[in-house]
Ligand binder design. Structure first.
Ligand code: G3H
Ligand code: 13P
Ligand code: ZN
Length: 379
């Protein structure tokens, strides 16, 4: 397993105003795409593995993939991190030699969250592992946590966030104040939580959510929260989750090449009814790269990205298949002359371009986060 911990990375990131990209991995193509991008861009890297990834790929396979990447790219400082762990998984990962784990008990009460987090921190620190904890819930669906509908939170943000952040709360309805209190990290509680648990970094909820459906309209985030927390916890590394930007060109590709089950009569009549208005993915916006760039200059040292790589791989596969179908269609329209174009079933022909597409997404993120060219600082 890799050799560096986040301690040095975060110190450098904090002092030099950049953030490390933390990318989720589930298979070989993802590991290759991400590590190659970091090697090309000379960037430090956090590879993170969720509980879902552990059961999908089997940790033994992921471990070997990462070991190979570490050997092949010694110039890239790599941390292996558990993403959104529960207590049992966090303890298991510490035993397996992860150099960083996240314990996410943010759905519990403050006291229970602190109690669980402290137990994990105590055990982790005995084993030389660092711990990220979370205070305040993200919208959307976390690994084992049902969050609020992100669009409901978005409406409340648009209307009342500015007042809430400046402490001007008299005109905000009580239920909205309650919503903000549970979904935005409270800076005073953050101090108390870090003191009580001994955690090494803290995920701060600032209005982001996981997945591809973050905002219906213009994204709105409580970025000043990072400064408010940093003022009370100077030098302490903060983490931003749910940071994918949901690139509209990737969503457009998915919608353009979305596969329709034309063998299903219900689907066919629905498509006829909708005409060309068929959309595989509803309109949605992510976190703009300008926002992660801004967060990176603040106390945010780690920025989590998963969805954008899923979109990159999926859109690329659909495009390869879609182009294949178009060729068959053209051949039919031309009177089926000559050899019929074949369908791509050699998966290397679509996973390969998918890997390239993920690599380009990662390269863009490394520049947005300011960590391109910073590998040497982090060894
Ligand atoms: O925060 C969640 C990450 O995107 C991981 O997702 O639990 O589906 O692997 P997953
Ligand atoms: P996205 O769904 O925005 O990529 O967030 C990923 C994440 O926070 C993983 O912990
Ligand atoms: Zn997350």
């Amino acid at each position: 397993m890799p050799l560096v911990t986040t301690e040095k990375m975060f110190k450098q990131a904090y002092d030099h105003g950049f953030a490390i990209g933390a990318f989720n991995v589930n298979n070989m193509e993802q590991v290759q795409a991400i590590v190659e991008a970091c090697s090309e861009e000379k960037a430090p890297l956090i590879l993170q593995i969720s509980k879902g990834a552990r059961s999908y790929a089997d940790m033994d396979y992921l471990k070997v993939l990462i070991d190979v990447a570490v050997k092949k790219y010694p110039e890239v400082p790599i941390v292996v991190h558990l993403d959104h762990g529960d207590e049992k998984t966090a303890m298991a990962c510490i035993d397996e030699g992860f150099n960083s784990v996240m314990i996410d008990a943010s759905h519990e009460t403050f006291e229970k969250n602190a109690e669980i987090t402290k137990r994990v921190c105590d055990y982790a620190h005995q084993h030389g592992t660092v711990v990220e904890a979370e205070l305040g819930q993200l919208g959307g669906v976390e690994e084992h946590v049902e969050g609020i509908d992100p669009h409901k939170l978005e409406e409340a943000f648009r209307e009342y966030l500015a007042d809430y952040m400046t402490g001007n709360r008299d005109n905000i309805p009580a239920e909205i104040v309650e919503l903000f209190q549970s979904h935005l990290t409270d800076p005073d509680q953050a101090v108390d939580f870090v003191e009580k648990t001994g955690c090494d970094s803290l995920a701060v909820a600032c209005g982001t959510s996981h997945g591809a459906y973050k905002f219906k309209h213009t994204p709105i985030l409580a970025l000043p929260l990072f400064d408010q927390v940093a003022k009370k916890l100077p030098g302490f590394p903060l983490v931003m989750h749910g940071s994918s930007s949901v690139p509209q060109e990737l969503v457009a590709l998915i919608n353009r090449y979305a596969v329709l089950d034309t063998g299903n009569p219900d689907m066919l009549s629905k498509v006829a009814e909708l005409g060309t208005a068929w959309e595989q993915m509803p309109q949605s916006m992510g976190v703009p790269e300008t926002a992660i760039a801004e967060a990176a200059t603040k106390a945010v040292c780690k920025v989590n990205i998963d969805t954008d790589l899923r979109l990159a791989l999926t859109s690329s596969i659909l495009k390869t298949w879609g182009e294949c179908n178009t060729k068959v269609l053209e051949w039919m329209q031309a009177g089926s002359q000559g050899k019929q174009p074949g369908f791509v079933f050699d998966f290397r022909k679509y996973l390969g371009p998918g890997r390239d597409s993920m690599r380009e997404v990662v390269r863009g993120k490394l520049h947005a986060l300011g960590c391109a060219g910073k590998a040497d600082l982090c060894h």
